[in-house]
Design a protein around this ligand. Structure first.
Ligand code: ADP
Length: 491
């Protein structure tokens, strides 16, 4: 809106009409005082100010307007019939006005000037608004930087108070924070602690996981700088995602040395105990066989039944001890695999036959499905049969209300591997426990009381498959059943 200030009503009227004819919004004031009041109340893009007015002349009005922050930027065009003198014109500019038009007003020139000032003022207002919003944004950013810094400081303080060695790594894989405990194992915050020569290098393992954006979990021995001793630590490095990209990583080393020592002692005990148990058991087995042959018992007699039961129990004990011995072999890296080109189908049928013979009174139904691989695959027949028997025994054991098991094979030409699935319709395994069943001595709590076992069969299976460079796994639904599988490379 434009404000016209003049004490002469007819001037006011003609100027108002002229500007309104060009679609300008116009307001008027009859005196300097009225103009000041209106200018402070409303927003004007331009003020056209008569210089010669009684009481307060145009220059005084302009000077007063220049003193208020609300009005100081509003452009002013002075109008005067008399003060054409250069001195007056200069005064007009000095008092804050922007232009000077003498009367009688040439309407075209006045309109041109009004348009120019009006546009300029509009641009000024727009620029000021942009500047204000920019200032607000800068302020906002500065504030959020301060909050972020205080959050990071708080996070670092928390990492500092952890009993573990803690650190963070940025998105480029560079360590950017370490807590005080780090320096007990590394002299520089840029280098991971030194690992034992027989263990994996942390840099190498972390780089592998970083490329895949996957968490790292590693048991390593790291060297204390002062004592030079190695201690077992569990290293965990977890990615922190922002959307789809890894923003940074948070890592900890947890001291598990005491736990490792106890585990080692337990393994040694198991190894000694199973070795010691094996020898007398082998003699008992031999003597019972001898007894059976010498007594020549009638197959239908109760005594023959007792001998068979004794032999079954000896067999069970033998399997348990053999499994324990396998565990200690795995611990000592002595589980040897002898791969020979073998027909997998023969191994599968041998395992199925063994299971049918040993479970003959249970009326088990084993269905054979899928494509039977008609090629020789490099494998250790005894060990793969052991895996199959273990899967099948579990499938039967953990399906008390269903006697159906399906063995399916697939050949994946693309991956160059064969896959064996063993499906049952038993009790199933809860989602979050499925990975754990391959751990040593792990048993699913819900079923451990109802079914006998030691929780080492699947651990041995996973080691056997690992040594064949295959994969092992399970998919399962509680109360619907499970499918345990393993894969073997064709070459
Ligand atoms: P064990 O059977 O002697 O306990 P395993 O190592 O063979 O030991 O199996 C580990 C655990 O996995 C079992 O205790 C059981 O809880 C679970 N499990 C294995 N196979 C099955 C299956 N087919 N269905 C349901 N649970 C199973």
């Amino acid at each position: 809106m434009i404000l016209i200030v003049d004490d002469n009503q007819s001037n006011l009227y003609s100027l108002k009409k002229l500007l309104e004819s060009k679609d300008f919004l116009v307001d008027t004031a009859n005196s300097g005082e009225e103009a000041l009041g209106k200018a402070l109340k409303n927003d004007y893009a331009l003020i056209i100010l008569d210089v010669q007015m009684p009481d307060m002349d145009g220059f005084e009005v302009a000077e007063t307007l220049a003193g208020y922050s609300k009005t100081k930027e509003v452009p002013i065009i002075f109008l005067s019939a008399v003060n054409t003198d250069k001195r007056f014109i200069t005064k007009g500019y000095a008092s804050g006005g922007k232009d000077y038009v003498t009367k009688p007003v040439d309407p075209e020139i006045l309109l041109l000037k009004v348009k120019t000032f009006y546009n300029l003022q509009e641009q000024n207002v727009a620029m000021r608004k942009t500047q204000q919003s920019l200032e607000l944004e800068v302020k906002g950013r500065r504030e959020s930087q301060v909050t972020m810094k205080s959050q990071i400081d708080h996070f670092h303080l928390m990492l500092e108070s952890l009993p573990q060695i803690a650190f963070t790594v940025n998105g480029d894989g560079i360590v950017d924070f370490v807590n005080g405990k780090w320096y007990e194992y590394s002299s520089s915050d840029q280098h991971f602690p030194q690992t034992h020569p027989d263990d994996f290098s942390i840099e190498g393992e972390f780089e592998r996981c970083r490329k895949k954006g996957k968490a790292l979990e590693l048991e390593v021995r790291i060297q204390n700088i002062k004592s030079g001793d190695y201690r077992y630590y569990l290293l965990r490095v977890t990615p922190v995602y922002e959307g789809n990209t890894v923003k940074n990583w948070v890592g900890t080393f947890t001291d598990i040395d005491d736990q490792k020592k106890v585990e080692k002692e337990k393994d040694e005990f198991l190894s000694i105990a199973s070795h010691e148990l094996k020898t007398p058991l082998t003699s008992i087995k031999a003597y019972v066989q001898l007894l059976e042959r010498r007594l020549k018992l009638d197959k239908e007699s109760a005594e023959a039944g007792f001998v068979t039961k004794a032999q079954d129990q000896i067999e069970k004990l033998n399997t348990l001890i053999t499994d324990l011995l396998d565990v200690s072999k795995i611990e000592n890296g002595k589980l040897k695999i002898n791969k020979k080109p073998t027909n997998l189908e023969n191994v599968i049928s041998n395992a199925i036959d063994t299971i049918l013979q040993t479970h003959d009174e249970q009326n088990i139904k084993i269905k054979r499905d899928g494509i039977r691989p008609d090629i020789l695959i490099p494998l250790d027949a005894i060990r793969i049969e052991q895996v199959l028997i273990n899967f099948l025994t579990n499938a039967i054991k953990y399906s008390p209300k269903n006697n159906q098991v399906i063995v399916t094979t697939f050949v994946d030409e693309e991956e160059q591997e064969v896959r064996v699935n063993i499906t049952d319709f038993g009790i199933g395994i809860p989602d979050f426990k499925q990975e754990a069943v391959f751990r040593k001595f792990y048993r699913v709590e819900e079923s451990s009381l109802q079914f006998q076992g030691m929780g080492i069969g699947l651990f041995i299976c996973s080691e056997i498959i690992k040594q064949h460079h295959g994969n092992i796994g399970v998919s399962s639904k509680v109360d619907e059943g499970s499918t345990f599988y393993f894969t073997l490379p064709l070459n």
